[in-house]
Each structure stands twice: as C-alpha cells, then as structure tokens.
Design a protein around this ligand. Structure first.
Ligand code: PHE
Length: 359
C-alpha cells in the first residue's frame, strides 16, 4: 500500500512555494489534472485486491481533499497579496494639494461678455450671432438708415473694396444691430436675444478703437413696451455693477432704428481722481435703447400692426472699464502680460448670478 503521508507533505510544500496564481494553477494540473499524480495513482486501484483497494482508495481521497484545501488556501493568500500590491501601487494621496491653477488669465472683455450673457441668460435671453462682415443693407438700410441718411456719417464705416477696386456693398459691421435684422428675418416672434460681438469703426484715440465690442438686445412680442425695456435694463445695470440701489436715468435720444429712443445714464461721483459708481450728482452714459421702429419691423418681415418690442445696445469695453476701473481703452488690445495679469481673471472665476459675477 502506498503511504500518502509523504506525498501529502511533498504536495503541501510545493503549494506553499508557489509564488503566484499562475504557478499554483500549473501545480494543480500537475497533481489533480487528467494526467496528474493523484489521478495516475487512482488509476492503479483497479489492479489491487478488493480489501486493499478500499483502504487505498480512501487514503487517496483523503490526500485529494487535503491537496484541494491547501490549494484553496494558497489561492486565497496569493489573491489577497495581489490585491494589496495593486492597491498600494494605485494609491492616491487625497491630501496632496490640487495641481496649481494655470498662470493664464481670461481677458476682461471675455469675462465681461460671460457676465453679460449670464445676467441676460437668467432673464431668458438666448445668444444670437452674426458675421463681422455685413452687407450695407443689414448694417444700415434695414435699420432705417438708407443711403444718404445723415446717421451714416456718424459711423466712420470701413467699406470693403473688392480686388478690382469696386465696392460690393459690404462693410465691417459698425454695430451689433444687424444681428437684430438677421434674427427677425430668420425667426418668428416671440424673440428674446442678445448678441455680443466685434464691431468696427474707423476711429482711434484714447476712447475709441477701430475694433471694439458691443452687445445688442432685442425683444419682440405682442405687448412688450417701454416699461418692460426700463425694468429689464434697470435690473441689468444693478446686477452687472453689483449695486442694488444704483441710481439711473433715461434721457430722450435718437436712433433711426428705434422710436422713441433713449439713452441710459448711471449716477456717479468724480473727485480726487476717483470715479465712484451708483451715487452722486454726475451722470455716465451707459447704453442706447428704444422701442423698435415699426419701419424696421416691416423691413425685417414682421408685421408692425401685430408685433412690437424693444432693443438696446452698449459698448462692452466701456462697461468693463467702468466696472473694473480700467483707465485706458487702448490697453485692452496691447496684449501686455503684466496688464493681463493685473486686470485678467482666473479660469475658475466663472461668473454666475448666484455665485457672484466677479471676484
Ligand atoms: N446700435 C446703436 C449704437 O451702436 C446702439 C443701439 C442699439 C441703440 C439698439 C438702440 C437700440 O450706437
């Protein structure tokens, strides 16, 4: 009869020595597989006398059980060790400081546009866009500024000239108002859009740049009136300048595309070389606005007998300069890194009405 004790200790030692799960599996096949050591021993049972066969069979079964238990224990141990090693290798130190915020800055113009979009977005305005190169028709005529209209003179327009020297009726848009035309031609009322973007005028000094930015607003429906215009803009300036009781006034004005037209001023105090917004007896002009001229509605495919609405437009640099105390317009375009570091914003300063517009 074969002594299984020696075999058992031999197998136990080899199982213990298996250094990984792969080696352990090879060992299992070697001992218990189809051609394994124990399987081979089992096959010899048939040659034994019945008594002996019974005793020897029982001994082999015990050996087999013992080997299986040992294999199971070793498998568990090796699995645990592998997991522990993996956890150790992939560990993350959550107490380490976050990666430093990148050095780059958001330009004050971009930040201001984000603020404006966020304020008007809360009021339900959608953002509309138009091209920088506009037709004379959209930039002027359909806004009730026909050729020879004196208002054209005040726009210092860049007229585009073809390669052959001829003019094909295109201009660099002098204001964002052509987006009003595009929107009215392209969609049915009710309309509630803002259109921020680049604008161009052939004018350059401390307060004028040939390329600057405006934001336009347009609301068209059946009932919008001057009091809605007023409420909307008062709400806006107070949110934008973050002065809840900011004083303002509306002054009658003239724009060919609105009737009646007005300009909005906000109160300020000047003194000791300082400008304080919201209080005082001085006034700062901040935007132009009015009820959309019925002629403009008609030229843009909207029936003025059925619809009415209001529009407004303002210079983005101007409100940014006022809000952030930036004294010279030209510095916006100089790409001076020291200036940008001073007046720019961090990428994490995302303006929201609830979180604060700017920090
Ligand atoms: N487009 C005008 C400008 O550039 C501003 C404006 C827009 C005024 C809409 C009234 C209504 O000065």
């Amino acid at each position: 009869m074969t002594d299984t004790t020696a075999l058992e200790s031999e197998f136990a030692a080899r199982i213990e020595a298996a250094s990984d799960l792969e080696a352990l599996e090879a060992l299992r096949i070697d001992i218990l597989g189809k051609k394994g050591r124990i399987t081979e021993l089992m096959k010899t049972l048939g040659t034994l006398a019945p008594d002996l066969r019974k005793a020897q069979g029982a001994a082999y079964n015990l050996l087999k059980d013992a080997v299986e238990t040992k294999l199971g224990q070793r498998r568990q141990a090796l699995g645990d060790a592998a997991l522990a090693a993996r956890l150790a290798a992939e560990t993350i130190d959550v107490t380490l400081p976050a990666r430093p915020v990148p050095e780059g800055r958001i330009h004050p113009i971009s930040q201001t546009i984000d603020e404006l979009v966020s304020i008007f977005g809360e009021m339900g305005f959608a953002v509309a866009e138009g091209p920088d190169i506009e037709s004379d028709d959209y930039n002027f005529t359909r806004l009730n500024i026909p050729p020879e209209h004196p208002a054209r003179q005040s726009h210092d327009t860049f007229y585009l000239v073809g390669k052959d020297g001829a003019q094909y009726g295109n201009v660099l848009r002098t204001h964002t108002s052509p987006v009003q035309v595009r929107t009215m031609l392209g969609q049915k009322p009710p309309i509630r859009i803002i259109a921020p973007g680049r604008t161009y005028r052939s004018d350059s000094d401390a307060t004028h740049s040939p390329n600057f930015h405006q934001i336009e607003g347009l609301v068209i429906d059946k009932t919008s009136n001057m009091s809605h215009l007023k409420g909307c803009l008062v709400e806006f300036v107070r949110a934008f300048f973050e002065i809840p009781d900011l004083r303002y006034r509306f002054r009658p004005s003239y724009f060919p595309f609105t009737e009646p037209s007005a300009e909005m001023d906000i109160a300020c105090t000047r003194g000791n070389g300082e400008l304080k917004l919201g209080v005082g007896d001085d006034w700062l002009e901040i935007l132009g606005c009015g009820m959309v001229n019925p002629k403009v509605l008609a030229m843009c495919g909207i029936d003025p007998a059925e619809y009415q609405g209001f529009a407004f437009g303002m210079g983005i640099e101007r409100v940014a300069m006022l809000k952030y105390g930036i004294p010279d317009l030209r510095t916006f375009y100089e790409a001076d890194l020291r200036w940008l570091k001073h007046y720019g914003f961090l990428a994490v300063d995302v303006p929201t009405l609830s979180g604060g517009l700017a920090r």
